[in-house]
Design a protein around this ligand. Structure first.
Ligand code: HEC
Ligand code: HEC
Ligand code: HEC
Ligand code: HEC
Ligand code: HEC
Length: 475
């Protein structure tokens, strides 16, 4: 019975492939560089190269494990489970911005969910084909294996670790070492796990709609930085090397008879802008460190002025900084305050991409490449022997306040996907961090005494943004 069903799912998948190829045969789309481009059809709907167009077909639980849920893995892999729980992967569905955006008529919700909840078991409906070859009109049937609790887990253990044997229909765990000590079947395939990131962080092919811009090139950016990284680390680096650093411990906590090993931590801290304000409290213990180094100096000029230079270096990210979502940017702010603390001058510098929408078109990109240093000369007059205070701040911004207004205005949030979601979206300023402080220096120009905020202080500053009206924010 189960086997028959899986055959059926597989054939539905082929059907979707055929239908989508028909759709694409008539479609010419815009590339992220703004150049109109005809989609190359050869191999386009090969699940290996265009994987985001598909969900991962319905899976059965792996023998030896009660179910597909992360909670089922947690019985033995407690530590990894706890790490994963706090990640953006685990909250890729319970994400205020995501839930707001998928209410928009130009979001093909089913495609968005293919990366944010990529298992068929997480989806109520199976998409069988498109009406009128229109990506906004998916036709679907009910999914008998739909599991709403699993849906809430978004990018969960099974997403990366469980696959099904096409012949037997049996599921197995994909692991890096092929341990013979596990109660569940394991197939060793380290490179599968390490390449998995690309499916979503560097999807192949073209976006299927003019505004499908959740579209990233983090692996390509990394490839550009490899020669330098090789010099720094003695070898090429991949996503897992930096985002899942190893720690000596048990693979399965309750199996205390087995030896400890080098286990990859499952934190994926990234930008350190959590999805909920509560996330700030565990950020440092989860290994967060900003990729940016900041320095500044004054040139001694002949007059009384002290021209200020701020140096911004992508010191630790293998890819561009920022990477990922095109709306992210770094904002450096230099401010001069008089003796009474009153703001007298301010200048800002933005590092990021610049897009226009409908259709999506990239207008500019001044992000920091791996290892790159940018020199910024703020247009404020700093003078010698002044009783003024200079403040240099850098923020990592997820989205600016203008975009935030659109997020908050969304109606018809899908409460089935996101319990109490309309409340969270409408009150996003209380729940959703829009930016994090990543650097702050305060310089007393008279004494030249400089105070650099610690990581803990920066986190406290970031938490103070909670509830602040949008007009009061710097970005
Ligand atoms: C986004 C993909 C992804 C998700 C989600 C994920 N893992 Fe992993 N997991 C990996 C990668 C990558 C490795 C390490 C591969 C390597 O060693 O090269 C790994 C390694 C492991 C290992 C082997 C120990 C080690 O690190 O060598 C275990 C056990 C494991 N994961 C369990 C889990 C559990 C349990 C969950 C859910 C709570 C989970 N994983 C979620 C990608 C993922
Ligand atoms: C009943 C306990 C138990 C459960 C439940 C369990 N595991 Fe394991 N798992 C183990 C043990 C034991 C090992 C081997 C540990 C060792 O070799 O030190 C292991 C090993 C692994 C490995 C590493 C395999 C390798 O390449 O060496 C991965 C990955 C993994 N488990 C993932 C999962 C996932 C995902 C789930 C949930 C779907 C899960 N496990 C559920 C006990 C369990
Ligand atoms: C199935 C799709 C998918 C896969 C596979 C995947 N990711 Fe992600 N990843 C996402 C999504 C979606 C988010 C953001 C969720 C959100 O913001 O709501 C994310 C977030 C992240 C972040 C946090 C970014 C930040 O600053 O907020 C990091 C770091 C990351 N992923 C690294 C990895 C690595 C490393 C791998 C491979 C081991 C991987 N991802 C595999 C979809 C995926
Ligand atoms: C050499 C180490 C290194 C490698 C390799 C690396 N990253 Fe990162 N990544 C970082 C650091 C450090 C940050 C934090 C940057 C920051 O926000 O300050 C980061 C941030 C991110 C972010 C958040 C984006 C942002 O700037 O807001 C994502 C997403 C991400 N990485 C994904 C990946 C993926 C996917 C890969 C593999 C293709 C990868 N990273 C490889 C070090 C690395
Ligand atoms: C190809 C896979 C893929 C598809 C399709 C996809 N996303 Fe994403 N999405 C990601 C990844 C990977 C991230 C994490 C990038 C980062 O952290 O910067 C992400 C992050 C996000 C975020 C969080 C941004 C942030 O800065 O924290 C939102 C919101 C989002 N996606 C909305 C959507 C919407 C709406 C759609 C459909 C139009 C969609 N996504 C389709 C992969 C995808």
């Amino acid at each position: 019975m189960a086997d028959k069903l899986f055959v059926k799912v597989a054939s539905i998948r082929s059907y979707v492939i055929v239908v989508l190829i028909c759709f694409l045969a008539f479609c010419s789309c815009e590339s992220p560089d703004g150049m109109p481009q005809r989609i190359a059809l050869d191999g386009y709907f090969d699940p290996d190269t265009q994987s985001y167009a598909f969900v991962i077909p319905n899976l059965k639980p792996v023998s030896g494990v009660a179910g597909l849920s992360a909670k089922d893995c947690a019985v033995c892999h407690q530590t990894i489970y706890k790490e994963w729980q706090n990640t953006t992967h685990a909250s890729a569905l319970r994400d205020i911005q995501f839930q707001s955006e998928i209410t928009k008529p130009d979001s093909p919700k089913w495609l968005c969910l293919n990366c944010h909840t990529p298992l068929q078991n997480q989806r109520e409906r199976i998409i069988t084909h498109l009406q009128d070859n229109d990506v906004f009109k998916p036709v679907s049937v009910a999914n008998p294996h739909y599991d709403p609790a699993l849906e809430q887990e978004a990018i969960t253990c099974a997403t990366c670790h469980i696959r099904m044997d096409e012949d037997s229909g049996e599921s197995y765990i994909i692991g890096p070492n092929g341990s013979g000590n596990s109660p569940h079947p394991v197939r060793q395939d380290r490179s599968f796990l390490r390449n998995m990131c690309q499916r979503c962080h560097n999807p192949q092919g073209e976006g299927l709609t003019p505004n499908l811009i959740c579209w990233f090139y983090t692996t390509d950016e990394l490839a550009e930085g490899q020669p330098d990284l090789k010099e720094k680390f003695g070898r090429e680096m991949d996503c897992v090397d930096c985002h899942m650093p190893e720690k000596q411990r048990l693979v399965a906590d309750i199996y205390t008879n087995l030896p400890e090993q080098q286990v990859n931590q499952h934190h994926w801290t990234g930008s350190g802008i959590p999805k909920w304000y509560e996330g700030y409290d565990s950020l440092l213990s989860r290994g967060y460190k900003s990729g940016l180094d900041v320095a500044f100096n004054f040139t001694e000029a002949t007059d009384d002025s002290l021209p200020l230079t701020v140096l911004l270096t992508n010191a630790r990210a293998g890819h561009y900084l920022p990477s990922g979502d095109p709306e992210r940017f770094l904002l450096a702010v230099a401010s001069l305050h008089d003796g009474a603390g009153k703001l007298i001058a301010q200048d800002k510098y933005r590092i990021g991409q610049d897009w226009v929408w409908n259709p999506a078109r990239k207008m500019g990109d001044n992000r920091l490449k791996q290892g790159e240093t940018r020199r910024w000369r703020p247009a404020i007059l700093v003078e010698k022997d002044d009783n003024k205070t200079l403040e240099i701040i850098v923020l990592h911004v997820r989205l600016n306040t203008n975009t935030a207004k659109y997020i908050i205005a969304a109606k018809n949030v899908d409460e089935k996907l996101f319990a109490n979601g309309q409340h969270y979206v409408s009150n996003a300023i209380d729940y959703y961090p829009f930016a994090s402080f990543i650097y702050k220096a305060t310089i007393n120009l008279e004494s030249r005494q400089t105070t650099i905020a610690s990581s803990e202080e920066l986190i406290e500053l970031s938490k103070l943004e909670k509830g602040k009206s949008l007009d009061e924010r710097l970005y």
